[in-house]
Design a protein around this ligand. Structure first.
Ligand SMILES: NC(=O)c1ccc[n+]([C@@H]2O[C@H](COP(=O)([O-])OP(=O)(O)OC[C@H]3O[C@@H](n4cnc5c(N)ncnc54)[C@H](OP(=O)(O)O)[C@@H]3O)[C@@H](O)[C@H]2O)c1
Length: 301
């Protein structure tokens, strides 16, 4: 199978390319840069902001995986940056969809990133794929992102949006920021620590994507481990795996003051169940946070 990955130079994409190639697939990459450090078989440069794409990138493509999006932790959420979060996600889908018109209708499968932020702030309520969308900037962003993909359904063979939880591994994502803090003994519970974190080991996320490409089905899929934890539990488990003690809790008001609206990312609560993955009998390599953290910490240099 030839898989075209947009946004494949990032934290998830880099691991996905290696895994797809190991499974015998051919990988073509779409990037805003002319070159990348990845092992992709083909490299295409595009510019979603300027609407520039080489339509030849769709030649021979069986599947599109779109992971594009300005990183939500790239800085304070100013109005300008919020526009960029939105445009980087929606423009990339629209540009890809336009290029995909050159492919025979009904022959392409499409997997797009979304996030568990779709559910908004839900306290300790369990959410599965049938739960309603939440409120707030992130939830609305995810809803728009997903609607854009769902609208392509008539021209696709199959489509999905992965509602991805906090991705854990070395080399990027949340742990790139948290591990140094915890190592200095400054890792702490955030707010009252009661907010739920739905997380996934990057290896499981990559396996979910690879499995979906083999057995595609329509509609959203929660890409989270079956064992979400509270922020308090998360802090204790990560600290223990790094042989540290949690520092004094950081009060919610101070986090809001420091991060502004971006504090949503760490203070809202999403307790998400991977119901569709369970129906698909997907086997998680890392269902429990303790083992996931230990495995990741073991590979730290
Ligand atoms: N990591 C997580 O914990 C997590 C959780 C939930 C959802 N997600 C979503 O999953 C997707 C992949 O996550 P990731 O951690 O791999 O993200 P990432 O490391 O930030 O990489 C995203 C990729 O998107 C492209 N990109 C970045 N800014 C862009 C912009 N302004 N316009 C167009 N393209 C842009 C970049 O590719 P080029 O520079 O090569 O163009 C980049 O490699 C993202 O959409 C993210 O929002 C991630």
């Amino acid at each position: 199978m030839r898989v075209l990955i947009a946004g494949g130079t990032g934290f998830v994409g880099r691991a996905l390319i290696t895994s797809l190639q190991a499974a015998g697939h051919e990988v073509a990459l779409l990037s805003r840069s002319a070159k990348s450090e990845t092992s992709a078989d083909l490299h295409w440069k595009w510019d979603p902001k300027e609407g520039q794409i080489n339509e030849r990138c769709m030649e021979g493509v069986d599947a599109v995986v779109n992971l594009c999006g300005e990183n939500l932790a790239s800085g304070r959420w100013t109005s300008k940056r919020k526009l960029l979060f939105r445009s980087s996600r929606l423009d990339s889908i629209r540009l890809l969809a336009g290029a995909a018109k050159s492919v025979q209708p009904g022959s392409l499968v499409w997997l797009n990133a979304s996030a568990t932020g779709f559910y908004g702030d839900r306290g300790s309520e369990w959410c599965d794929e049938s739960s309603r969308a939440g409120k707030g900037f992130l939830a609305e962003l995810c809803s728009e992102w997903e609607a854009e993909v769902a609208a392509l359904a008539p021209q696709l063979k199959h489509w999905t949006v992965l509602r991805i939880g906090m991705v854990l591994d070395n080399g990027g994502g949340a742990l790139a920021k948290l591990v140094p803090l915890f190592r200095w003994g400054l890792g702490s519970r955030l707010g009252d620590g009661a907010q739920w974190i739905s997380w996934i080991h990057r290896q499981d996320l990559v396996a979910i994507i690879t499995d979906w490409l083999q057995r595609p089905q329509n509609g959203p899929i929660n890409a989270v481990s079956p064992e979400p934890v509270t922020n308090d539990e998360f802090t204790k488990i990560l600290a223990k795996s790094l042989h540290r003690r949690p520092f004094l809790p950081a009060p919610a008001w101070a986090i809001r003051l420091g991060l502004g609206e971006m504090s949503q990312v760490v203070l809202t609560s999403q307790r998400v169940r991977p119901a569709r993955l369970e129906e698909r009998s997907f086997v998680f390599q890392f269902p429990h946070l303790t083992e996931a953290c230990e495995e990741i910490v073991d590979r730290l240099v």
